[in-house]
Design a protein around this ligand. Structure first.
Ligand code: ADP
Length: 427
C-alpha cells in the first residue's frame, strides 16, 4: 500500500520534470530565458511540490521556498548530481525526489530537481498501520477468548464423563447415566456410547451376581454334607492309621473354609440384591463384646479387652455383629506377630458406640487403606495365606452398613492397625 502511494507521487514528479523544459521554451518566447525559467518554475511549484534548478555556477533558482523550511533547504544543498526517482528522509520529513539535466534549445541550463513532500501521507499511513495493528490485536484477543470459552464449554461434558467414570461403583451401575443435551454432536455420541456401555456393564454385573449367588448356594449344601460325614468319620472311627486321620482332618478343614467362603459369597450376593436378612434388636454392647472376646480367647490367647463401666445400648443384629468382630479379630491375629497382644476396646462418644480392634502388626500402606474394603482385594501375596481370598473386610463393611453403622481403619505400615466399628447408640 505504501508502495502504491509512493509510485503515484513518483509519476507526478517525473511528469513535472519531463514537461518543465517545454514550459521554459514556451515562456522564453515571451520573456528572456532567465525570466522564462523562473516563470516555468513558479508555475509548477505548489505548497507540496518543490522545483528548483541548480545552475552550472552552483546557484539555485527556486520559488516559494519558506525560509524556515530547514528540511527543504538541506535537501537543496545536499543534492548535486542527477538521480533516479527515490524517497529521501530528512528528520521527520519524507520527500520523493527526481533530478535530471535541464536542457532548453540545446543549451544545458543546469540540474533540475523536482521534490514532492509526502510527510503528511506517510504520517497518515503510519497511524493507519498503527490503528490496524491495534484493531487486529484486539480482534485477535477477542477471537482467542471466544475460542477458549467455546472449547471450555464443549469440553465440559467430557469432564462430566470423566467424573462419572471415576466415581461410579457397582451399586449405581444401573442408574448412573449421562444425559447431555447441550454438547457438540461428537461429544453427545461419546456420551451415548458410554451410556450403552454402562447398560451392558450393569447387565453383565447382574448376571455375574446371580451366577455367584446360585453357584454358592448349589455348592454349599453338598459340601456341608461332605463336611458332616468327614467329621463323623473322624469322631467315630478309632482304627484309622495316622496318615488316614491326617488326610481326613485336612479334607475337613478345607471343606470348612470353603463353606465359609461360599457363605460369604452368598451373603454378598444377597446384600447386592437387597435380600440380606438383618434382624435389628436392642442389645447391650458390653455383654456382646465380652462374649466375642471370650470366644476369641479360647483359640487366640493374646486378646485383651477394655470396656467401660457404663452400659452401652445399640440396635444391631447380634449374630451379624459377632461375625463382624470375629472377622476383624481374625485379621488382627493373621497380620500380626504372635508376641503382640490384640486389644478390643469399647468406647462411647456423643452419639455413637465405638468398638476398636487394635493390633501391632504389619500395618496397611496409606494408599491401599480405601481399597481393602473392596471385594477380593488383597494387599500382596506374601502376607496372605492361600486360603485367604480378600472377602472378609467387604463382608464386614456390608454387614456394618446394613446395621446403619460404619467401619474405618487407621494404620501405619510396620506399626499396626486399628479397625473401628461405629454404631449409632440406642440409649
Ligand atoms: P483376607 O481374606 O485376604 O484377609 P480381607 O478382606 O479380610 O481379606 O482383608 C483384605 C486385605 O487387607 C488383606 O489381604 C490384608 O492384606 C489386609 N488386612 C486386613 N486386615 C489387616 C490387619 N489387621 N493388618 C494388616 N493388614 C490387614
Amino acid at each position: 500500500m505504501q508502495q502504491i502511494l509512493i509510485d503515484g507521487q513518483k509519476q507526478n514528479i517525473e511528469q513535472i520534470a519531463q514537461r518543465l523544459p517545454s514550459d521554459v521554451e514556451v515562456y522564453s518566447q515571451m520573456y528572456a530565458l532567465e525570466m522564462g525559467l523562473n516563470k516555468a518554475i513558479a508555475n509548477r511549484t505548489t505548497g507540496k511540490t518543490l522545483v528548483w534548478v541548480k545552475r552550472n555556477d552552483g546557484t539555485n533558482s527556486i520559488k516559494n521556498l519558506v525560509p524556515s523550511d530547514r528540511a527543504a533547504i538541506t535537501l537543496m544543498f545536499l543534492l548535486r548530481s542527477p538521480l533516479n526517482t527515490r524517497v529521501y528522509v530528512i528528520g521527520d520529513r519524507y520527500f520523493v525526489i527526481c533530478g535530471k539535466f535541464l536542457q532548453v534549445k540545446g543549451q544545458r541550463l543546469g540540474l533540475l530537481f523536482v521534490a514532492q513532500d509526502i510527510s503528511y501521507e506517510q504520517q497518515m499511513f503510519s497511524s493507519l498501520v498503527q490503528s490496524l495493528g491495534i484493531v487486529s490485536l484486539v480482534a485477535l484477543v477477542i477471537i482467542t477468548v471466544a475460542i477458549a470459552i467455546y472449547i471450555r464449554k464443549s469440553l465440559q461434558p467430557l469432564r462430566r464423563i470423566s467424573q462419572l467414570a471415576e466415581s461410579i461403583s457397582v451399586n449405581d451401575l444401573s442408574q448412573a447415566r449421562l444425559h447431555l443435551h447441550r454438547a457438540p454432536t461428537e461429544v453427545k455420541e461419546l456420551a451415548h456410547t458410554c451410556d450403552k456401555m454402562l447398560d451392558r456393564l450393569a447387565e453383565a454385573w447382574e448376571q455375574q451376581r446371580q451366577f455367584v449367588g446360585n453357584v454358592s448356594h448349589e455348592l454349599r449344601t453338598p459340601l456341608t454334607i461332605v463336611q458332616g460325614y468327614l467329621q463323623s468319620v473322624l469322631k467315630r472311627e478309632t482304627n484309622l492309621t495316622p496318615t488316614q486321620r491326617e488326610a481326613l482332618e485336612t479334607a475337613a478343614m478345607e471343606a470348612e473354609s470353603t463353606i465359609r467362603l461360599l457363605q460369604d459369597l452368598l451373603d454378598l450376593a444377597r446384600a447386592d440384591a437387597g435380600y440380606l436378612h438383618i434382624r435389628l434388636e436392642p442389645l447391650v454392647l458390653n455383654d456382646l463384646v465380652v462374649e466375642v472376646a471370650t470366644m476369641a480367647m479360647q483359640y487366640r490367647s493374646r486378646i485383651t479387652l477394655e470396656t467401660t463401666s457404663k452400659q452401652i445400648l445399640v440396635k444391631a443384629d447380634r449374630h451379624r455383629l459377632k461375625q463382624v468382630l470375629l472377622n476383624l479379630i481374625d485379621n488382627a491375629v493373621k497380620y500380626s506377630d504372635p508376641h503382640f497382644a490384640i486389644a478390643i476396646v469399647l468406647d462411647l462418644n456423643v452419639e455413637n458406640a465405638l468398638i476398636h480392634v487394635c493390633d501391632r502388626g504389619l500395618g496397611i500402606p496409606l494408599t491401599q487403606q480405601h481399597l481393602i474394603f473392596e471385594r477380593f482385594y488383597r494387599i500382596d501375596e506374601v502376607r496372605n495365606r492361600s486360603s485367604d481370598c480378600g472377602l472378609g473386610l467387604s463382608i464386614v463393611k456390608t454387614l456394618v452398613d446394613s446395621m446403619g453403622g460404619s467401619v474405618t481403619v487407621r494404620s501405619k505400615l510396620g506399626e499396626g492397625s486399628t479397625f473401628t466399628v461405629t454404631l449409632p447408640s440406642a440409649a
